[in-house]
Design a protein around this ligand. Structure first.
Ligand code: IPM
Ligand code: MN
Length: 352
């Protein structure tokens, strides 16, 4: 059986790390007897250069006619001075998230024993372990609310959530908690924001359907603090678009490197998989980027879009093995010996 995958390498380190994830996918495919058919599309800065728009219509069509989308990363200094709507972020990635209705973003973070030393916290703070899944609402909130504008005197964004939007992301969070440690921490700013009052009330209501899941609420400022004081208390962090963006980077830093953090963006039909980190223009083209976030994102694609848990687990455990064996890209090397992006990809592909 052949799976048609839309591949959008994007900008910066995107193309380099994407290449490694396809290498690993092909190695897994050979092991489990499936096939992939990759169809490449342009998004972000490269699409601006080639087509004059960060999200060509052909790319949207390609994505909606594929089984899943693998995305690298977008953006870079070259396109930073364009008007917001024409930039890779708003006009490319956010427009694609909206058009595929990708409302749930799952960002799992765990600390690998072998690279525990990279965690910026003192070792005793991690004694209870670190294994957090951020469930971030992705297609609403202040990222998308209108009106928004900027001129010389005023900047304006609108934060808006409907109960329906909150309810569907809350259900994703509670469902995910079932197969984990059964604890949901809902993060909001309900002492100030009206959207957060709705958020909290709605999450409370949905929680009634999940009596086996423990729910607590936390203000976002406190959550940011608790993450560095006592990260072990978190299982699922359920939160809105902006808070999830911020807290997921913070939790990734606890794991040592943003280069290890994958993500799944789930929609109503087609899902998209991308690293949580950015295009890292400072190291692009040097062959030193860590491909693990992209490779794990491909693993999440196997799990969430193709429902091939066996194949997904092969990728997850291949990454575990290679990290345990001591192989390190520069971001996780702590000054020791390093391997290149493609050497890391080769090593993972060899043990799937
Ligand atoms: C992310 C990124 C994006 C976001 C940017 C590039 C628009 O930071 O996926 O976390 O803010 O969602
Ligand atoms: Mn982000």
């Amino acid at each position: 059986m052949s799976h048609r995958i839309a591949v959008l390498p994007g900008d910066g380190i995107g193309p380099e790390v994407m290449k490694e994830s396809l290498k690993v996918l092909d190695a897994v495919a050979a092991k489990v007897g499936i096939e992939f058919e990759y169809a490449e599309g342009a998004i972000g800065g490269i699409a601006i250069d080639q087509y004059g728009t960060p999200l060509p219509e052909s790319t949207v069509k390609l994505c909606s006619s594929s089984e899943a989308v693998l995305l690298g990363s977008i953006g870079g200094p070259k396109w930073d001075n364009l008007p917001p709507e024409k930039r890779p972020e708003l006009g490319g990635l956010l427009a694609l998230r909206k058009s595929l209705n990708l409302f749930a973003n799952l960002r799992p973070v765990k600390v690998y024993d072998a690279v525990k030393g990279l965690c910026p916290l003192a070792a005793d703070r991690l004694s209870g372990g670190l294994d957090i899944l951020t469930v971030r609402e992705l297609s609403g909130g202040i990222y998308f609310g209108t009106p928004k504008k900027v001129d010389d005197t005023t900047g304006m964004d609108t934060m808006i959530y409907s109960a329906g939007e909150v309810e569907r992301i809350a259900r994703i969070g509670f469902e995910a908690a079932k197969s984990r440690r059964k604890k949901v921490t809902s993060v909001d700013k309900a002492n100030v924001l009206h959207t957060s009052i709705l958020w909290r009330n709605t999450v409370e209501r949905v929680a009634k359907d999940y009596p086996e899941i423990e729910l607590n609420h936390m203000y976002v400022d406190n959550a940011a603090m608790q993450l560095i004081l006592d990260p072990s208390q978190f299982d699922i962090i359920l939160t809105g678009n902006l808070f999830g963006d911020i807290l997921s980077d913070e939790s990734a830093a606890l794991a040592g490197s943003l280069g290890m953090l994958p993500s799944a963006s789930l929609g109503t039909e087609i899902n998209l998989f991308e690293p949580s980190g950015g295009s890292a223009p400072d190291i692009a083209g040097k062959g030193i980027a860590n491909p693990i976030a992209q490779i794990l994102s491909a693993g999440m694609m196997l799990e969430y879009s193709l429902a091939n848990i066996d194949a997904a687990k092969r990728i997850y455990s291949a990454v575990d093995k290679v990290i345990a064996s001591g192989l390190r890209t520069a971001d996780i090397a702590s000054g020791g010996e390093t391997v290149s992006t493609s050497e890391m990809g080769d090593a993972i592909a060899a043990v799937v």
